[in-house]
Design a protein around this ligand. Structure first.
Ligand code: LMR
Length: 353
């Protein structure tokens, strides 16, 4: 009886001491409090997404939209870290970076792939696309598929195309309305054989400079002008260093969205499905919003600067199209026939100015 009393006293003392030292039910609840941010962190896959544009542009906003969607769809199993404004890699080295797996995703302007993959030149042909629907037919139809197929065997998988807008000319010398106004001017360009021959046809010279060095080169007058979408001209403040802008809509600038192949293979089937869904939703989003973003930016340029804006007439556009015929002849030597035929099919569905 005495032994039972001693044991009971010890057990009770043990329970009280444990309770006192911090194993109270309240404490237990606090320590184990559930934090869904932490869920699956150990298995979290991180995509480093590098691009050269600003955050408030179609590409910058599409990258953000995609990051939100993929994180939500995979319950944070996949996280996207966005490096914009060329913070990690510039135009010249982002392809190597994604090939080597130093980043997982990039979205270069399609022109930048045309130096490696000749068929991609088709997207740079001046006045190839009459309006946004024609661009969509190319990006999301047989041309886009053929171009993405060209990337097979490169350790980079093509996921699709994102939209920005039509390119416009800016310069510091004089208003540009006719092809002859380009004579002897010096332009900053993206790399791409068609872009080069476009300026040759205009008797203008070019320098291939990285996007994020353009502002400085306009400022010091190393180049007289450049061509870009309104959102790029606005977000990088090129219009502040230029006196004239021609709303020429002479070619379309959009993006190839690509991923490091080994990373893609690492994803589970269901992660790949989520990925493709997110990609499709963002593509739909940026197709619509890119137009609004560029419209908002031209309004802002008009409101806040005294740059002279020239809008080409139908008759003037015809003069430019005539001058660009040799550019087509040259590019058609490099681009496969079925892609050219497909482009002609799209063009016949939309009447040109
Ligand atoms: C450029 O170099 O002008 C563009 O590619 C920038 C961009 O990515 O929109």
């Amino acid at each position: 009886m005495k032994t039972v009393a001693i044991i009971t006293t010890f057990v009770l003392a043990g329970i009280l001491t444990a309770f006192y030292l911090g194993f109270s039910p309240g404490e237990t609840t606090r320590i184990l409090e559930y934090d869904d941010e932490q869920e699956g962190l150990e298995e979290q896959l991180v995509i480093r997404f590098s691009h050269v544009a600003a955050e408030n542009t179609p590409k910058g906003m599409a990258a953000r939209d995609f990051a939100n969607r993929i994180q939500a769809k995979t319950n944070n199993e996949i996280k996207v870290e966005i490096y914009s404004n060329g913070e990690l890699y510039q135009d010249q080295n982002e392809w190597e970076a994604v090939t080597n797996g130093n980043v997982e995703m990039i979205a270069p302007a399609t022109s930048k792939l045309s130096t490696r993959f000749p068929n991609w030149q088709v997207l740079d042909l001046p006045y190839a696309f009459k309006g946004y629907d024609a661009v969509q037919d190319a990006y999301e139809g047989k041309i886009g598929q053929a171009l993405l197929d060209d990337l097979k065997g490169t350790n980079v998988k093509g996921l699709g195309f994102w939209y920005n807008g039509f390119k416009q000319f800016t310069n510091n010398k004089h208003p540009i309305r006719l092809p002859s106004d380009m004579d002897q001017l010096h332009f900053r360009v993206m790399p791409g054989p068609v872009i080069k021959s476009q300026f040759e046809a205009l008797n203008a010279s070019t320098s291939e400079l990285s996007f994020n060095k353009t502002y400085r080169n306009l400022e010091v007058g190393f180049v007289d002008g450049q061509e870009n979408t309104i959102s790029n001209i606005y977000s990088k403040k090129f219009y502040k260093k230029q006196a004239y802008m021609t709303l020429s809509n002479h070619a379309y600038l959009g993006y190839a969205v690509v991923i490091h192949e080994d990373f893609w293979e690492k994803l589970s089937k269901s992660q790949q499905v989520s990925f493709e869904e997110a990609m499709e939703e963002t593509t739909n989003w940026v197709r619509r919003h890119s137009i609004e973003i560029n419209d908002a930016h031209i309004r802002e340029i008009k409101r806040s600067s005294d740059i002279e804006l020239d809008v080409l007439t139908t008759e003037e556009v015809k003069r430019w199209r005539d001058v660009f015929k040799p550019v087509y002849n040259e590019a058609e030597q490099e681009i496969s026939n079925n892609i050219i035929e497909e482009l002609e099919g799209i063009q016949s569905n939309y009447s040109h100015q």
